[in-house]
Ligand binder design. Structure first.
Ligand SMILES: [Zn+2]
Length: 204
């Protein structure tokens, strides 16, 4: 069991994380954003360090322009530092037809049968960062796991810092439009996370 204290006074969370014992086929959603990057690193590293011997397969949702590059960069970076290349990468492209939270649901439904477990890095979204969108409400099942469901963006920024993986800040993008616009929900939430933790804001 991995356990760590995250966040500042007034908003502290004890984050606990574990993986199945061994030999499972585990899918991890990697979007090119900060949360899924933290989750992918955590799962790969924990699996190896604890000799769990699960097969970890990244699932990439190709979002707006640029996200393909970011998601693949995250996968390549993490695979390189844990010294374990992914045997395969599953990719979805919904061609901007659906909102991001629906993309996650679609990708989940389309890939769930192929995995023993599916991990998704959905975090708690504050109302001011969910203007005009429906917030994705995670529902855990025996197959679906949302380890970050109780964490907000400041906790994710803190987690990445404490895991000494700040390079992921520069490898990821949180913009809903894929351009680091600084005004969309994703950009404002990312900036809030860094500001809250008093960490210099890392743009894409
Ligand atoms: Zn933006």
């Amino acid at each position: 069991m991995f356990e760590i204290e995250l966040g500042l006074i007034g908003n502290k969370k004890t984050f606990k994380f574990d993986l199945p014992h061994s030999g499972k086929k585990i899918g991890v959603m990697v979007s090119g954003g900060l949360d899924s990057a933290a989750l992918y690193y955590l799962i790969k590293k924990f699996n190896i360090d604890n000799n769990k011997q699960n097969e970890i397969i990244p699932i990439i949702i190709l979002r707006e322009e640029g996200s393909k590059t970011h998601a693949l960069n995250v996968v390549n970076y993490v695979d390189n530092i844990v010294n374990q290349t992914s045997s395969s990468i599953k990719q979805f492209d919904f061609n901007k037809q659906v909102q991001p939270h629906l993309e996650v649901i679609l990708a989940t439904n389309l890939s769930i049968r192929q995995f023993d477990n599916l991990y998704i890095g959905v975090i708690q979204t504050r109302p001011e960062h969910a203007i005009g969108i429906t917030v994705y409400k995670p529902k855990e099942t025996d197959k679906l796991t949302y380890p970050f469901a109780d964490l907000d963006k400041s906790h994710i920024v803190d987690l990445i810092s404490k895991l000494h993986q700040t390079k992921l800040f520069g490898l990821t993008i949180s913009c809903d439009k894929g351009i680091d616009c600084k005004t969309c929900n994703g950009c404002r939430e990312r900036a809030w996370g860094f500001d809250t933790m008093k960490i210099k804001y890392y743009k894409i």
